[in-house]
Design a protein around this ligand. Sequence first.
Ligand code: IFM
Length: 467
Amino acid sequence: LNWSRYLSLYQLGLGARGIGFRDSCQDVMGAVSHTHESAKKMLIKLIQMQKQNGSAMHQFNPLSMIGNEGDSLEDEDRYHFYGDDHLWLILSVCSYIKETGDLTFLEEVYPFYDKDKNGKALEASSLLEHLKRALSFTKEHTGKHGLPLLGFADWNDTVNLPKGAESIFVANLYGVALLEMIELFNYLGDQEQIDIYEKDYHHMKHLVNEHAWDGQWYIRYFDHLGNPIGSNQNEEGKIYTNAQSWTVLSGFATKDRAKLALESLKKYLNTKNGIKLSTPGYSRYEHEKGGVTSYPPGAKENGGIFLHSNPWVMIAETMLGHGNQAFEYYHQINPASKNDKINEFECEPYVYPQNILGDEHPQFGLGRNSWLSGTASWTYQAATKYILGIKPVYDGLEINPTIPSHWETFTVKKEFRGSTYIIEFKNFNHVQNGIQSITVDGIPISGLVLPVFADQKEHQVVVIMNK
Ligand code: IFM
């Protein structure tokens, strides 16, 4: 397995930018089901890139283990942390443990990145403590509205706002990370930690709904003066995809708002070639907004179809029970579906490119930066855990498909904790979601979680979907 996410094959050497912390965390989440050992090896490197205060180095060289703060170093007036990086570690560690059952990993001790003048780590702690520090960093770094600070940037590396700006994306990622930790502590039976994190979760949910709802969709950022970005009040960059999908993923969006936000996303951001990151594109360079305004409208993060964000929308749609819509979004960016428009796409029809030029650009449909993509990991997760609905949890395999209603039968083979599950789905009533019954080796089970088997054998599962 090649974990490289270098910008190009020319930038592999020492002294170059290295690989991204957040990117590698997310790659682990997709790869872990097929490669436990190398996923753990990568996680062990990532953990050591976390600083004592809970934040993380933005990029690092996995051979020298030297980290750096990325582009944030180019501007003295900006923060040198990224609002989201450290939180991805929680998602990737939890994915690894759910897949493998390797709970003892949490007790293993690893150093933080901070070092004394001789290069010796100043502190080491258990992995569990590393994860708690990640949450504390976000809790302690909030802005005017009580929402998490953006730092130099969040997942969207190119929106770089002056100090004090807040990120609704980070608020949602924090929400997802809190849910992960609540689930983990629930499994570990630690009520005190659950109470603390549930309080933090509800507090952030309240703030997001209080301040970031714009009427038809969620706002994406507040700048340092408290002005919204990704709002109807803006002339450009009125609506951003990630603010809609992630408010559903975090569970912060109320039912009505979730529905409306995803409808607005479809109306304003969807194209036949995939979902754009935002619209309308910024038409001139604005130093205060950062790199996003240096691309022409419709390119890259400036209103381009940035594919990495598409599977998050697929997942959000499944969370609302919309299997038809989720699969339509899956299909429309599938490289294999580009085979008959290859003159327009101009990329290999078997890998995701990083982006496709959007409909504001004269070369709409042209794929850019093939192979460089976090899309593979997330689309794999969207397809397997959310559309097919086979999701590792701490005590087994949760079954909850959200599929196109025309699918009548399908079978999935899943290797899990040493056993093989042959899972046959029957959907003769043509529903998108909902389960009537599950049998394992002919015996009905209660609930939606298939047990972990100690026998390491093959087990036949039959899932009958709702009437
Ligand atoms: O999320 C980032 C990634 O870390 C590096 N490439 C661009 C993405 C979006 O800005």
